[in-house]
Write a protein that binds this ligand. Structure first.
Ligand SMILES: [Zn+2]
Length: 192
């Protein structure tokens, strides 16, 4: 099995397990597709209001939450993004769901926000950074995913790119043994 830890492509594929991020739950179960309910920082309103009841209800039916997070270059003011993130983390902690994070130039803020929630399973997608940053984030409990690099303890993803997860596995030279580990990691992230 190939595990795509983060994608926006809902289409099921043979031999692929994927965690799909989307703003609405799919109408029906799709084979091999797990679902993360998104509240992307780019799409947040300019001011904070409580999370809608509909979002909270959908969280309970989803396999995970995300992507959610902080982005210094896009979206509303950082304060507003942090308020939303806090509300989402409280909801995640309440229902025991894992969370997929997006973070651009806001690592200190992200680390501060997750600190009160050590119990939440966390994945940071699209990670690009040096070894030192990778270590800081894995030490804080994040599973790191990327489409270029397989980090120690991390996963692989296609995100919004028109690549197949098989191509990502190829370019990262994933062996049979590593692929078994990736599948195990995928399920541990989702199920605990
Ligand atoms: Zn994404």
């Amino acid at each position: 099995m190939f595990c795509d830890f983060h994608t926006h492509n809902a289409k099921p594929a043979e031999q692929v397990l994927k965690l799909l991020s989307a703003a609405e739950l799919p109408e029906e179960d799709l084979p091999g597709v797990f679902f993360a309910l998104e509240l992307h920082p780019w799409n947040l309103p300019e001011s904070f209001t409580e999370l809608p009841e509909n979002f909270l209800n959908q969280i309970r039916q989803a396999d995970a939450i995300g992507e959610v997070g902080l982005d210094r270059l896009q979206g509303p003011a950082m304060d507003i993004q942090r308020q939303y993130l806090r509300a989402v983390l409280e909801a995640a902690a309440d229902c025991g769901k894992p969370v997929v994070f997006h973070c651009v130039r806001a690592y200190p803020e992200l680390l501060a926000e997750i600190k009160p929630f050590p119990q939440i399973r966390k994945m940071l997608h699209g990670f690009q950074g040096n070894e030192e940053k990778a270590k800081m984030l894995t030490d804080a409990g994040f599973l790191l995913t990327s489409r270029q690099t397989l980090y120690p303890g991390g996963g692989l993803e296609t995100d919004a790119v028109h690549l197949s997860i098989q191509e990502v596995y190829d370019s990262c030279k994933v062996t049979e043994e590593i692929s078994v580990e990736l599948e195990d990691r995928f399920f541990r992230f989702l199920k605990g």
